[in-house]
Design a protein around this ligand. Sequence first.
Ligand SMILES: N[C@@H](CCC(=O)N[C@@H](CS)C(=O)NCC(=O)O)C(=O)O
Length: 525
Amino acid sequence: MATSARASAIGTNRPSRSGLRERRGGRRRTRPRAFLGNSNGVTEKDDGGDDDGGLLYGMLDAARRAMASVSGEGVGTSNAGSEGRRFGLDETAAPTWESLAERCARIGGEEDVDADVADARAMERLFGTTTAPRVKFYRDHASWCPYSQKIWMQLEEKRIPYTLEKINMRCYGPKPTSFTSKVPSGALPVIELDGRVITESSIITQVLEEEFPEHESLLPYAPGSPEAQRATRLMRLERALFSSWMQWITSSWSDASGQSSFSEVLDEVDAELGAGGGPYFMGEEFTLVDIAYTPFLERMAASVLYFKGVKIEGNGGRWPHLDRWYAAMFTRKVYRGIKSDYYTTAHDLPPQLGGCAENGDNVQARDAIDGVDGTSWRLPLGPLDGTSLEPWWGEDDPKAARIEAARRIIGNHANVARFAARGCGKEGRPAYSAPLSDPNAVPGEEHIPAVDAALRMVVAALLSDDAGDSASIATREGSYDAAATTRSLAYLRDRIGVPRDMSYPAARQFRAHLNWAIDGIARAS
Ligand SMILES: N[C@@H](CCC(=O)N[C@@H](CS)C(=O)NCC(=O)O)C(=O)O
């Protein structure tokens, strides 16, 4: 039984396990923050970074594995063979940002913003109101905190206007004193309601239901009614599921019994979903019970597959009512903008949990999720659907996904290039306990023009229906440092976070196009 290197590395510098353990227990008005940004991140600090380590953190092993896997595939994460080599790009392969922006607008038109879809970049949500919101919501930068996710979903589903402040989680550095002076524990989520600070997600949930009676109730059952009793029972079952998952996912001991205990509780959950008529926990109605389950069923699907090789979502057999639930959740516009992807989740959990344990049955799934299996982050990408390793319950539109990724980069290209150039710069001091969380990293300034050119090459490819052969796009004649550039593109690739930076289909396209450029530069130089 293998224990992940990541888990043991983290174990030596164990961050608070409280992260998930809970100590036992019309048009939208948005002020979007740009790709890779957070409230004090790239868009404001101009250091290409963010306190949560930029895109993803916890990627160290993934990056190492990617590096190790390069030899057979020519994956550019390796510098092997390209150290000291140079490359160039011609104007057609890497047009100016202005012409890429024009091309993007021509192909993709105006960004179609659906006011009902939650947006991880929005710093305020007014839902058509014009008065100052009563609620200020504090959640983590990267949308990792499951308890914050519940409150986020509740606010969005109820359409309660709010402003947002993003606070880093502890394993990525100290919290701002402006926050800890209000919330000494530093724990998220928090709301300020009419200026009153309220902590603890269960209390916040209740307060939001009570204080906004004009908004549709998400638990519309009379106390003591059979429905209310069922809701309470289901909430308890959620905690039992959580405990059995925690037991299994964080331990390399008694893997088989951990799996069977977890699977049995999941059987019970599936049976309850069936007994209620579905697709939601309380039947046809979406309620707070679904909100309670969502963050953890989402994290379970990703982590159990990644660390244990067991597919929950899209299993197709043992948990059919759960699949119906996942599919129904996907139809909710709010959730579409909030849902993470397996890669992000698999790497954000270990630092929060103090490590997750692999069981050896997971290697194939893990490598596919990490994009080091030679196909999953490689062009050409087949469409996503309900049978994909990571099921996509809607229609995948690869062109729209490519345009989304291109838009995000074009809109913040200078900061993205600078952030990526950390890959060929210097590690930051102090370092933080989450692998690859490196807010103090120093970008390799002298290579930023090369990274910028390579990014323009990537965006041009994203905006084209046929990316072509990247080795014939990058040229041997040129002054850019190939190894520094490919390291930077790989650094960026491994830190694209969903939903923080873009949707899963867009992230998948961007990762694969980055690999395409890495390969081309490595082969041409
Ligand atoms: N019981 C709390 C648990 C909240 C919690 O554990 N929050 C974690 C993040 S998921 C936290 O803020 N940990 C401190 C940190 O990592 O900064 C609630 O439901 O609100």
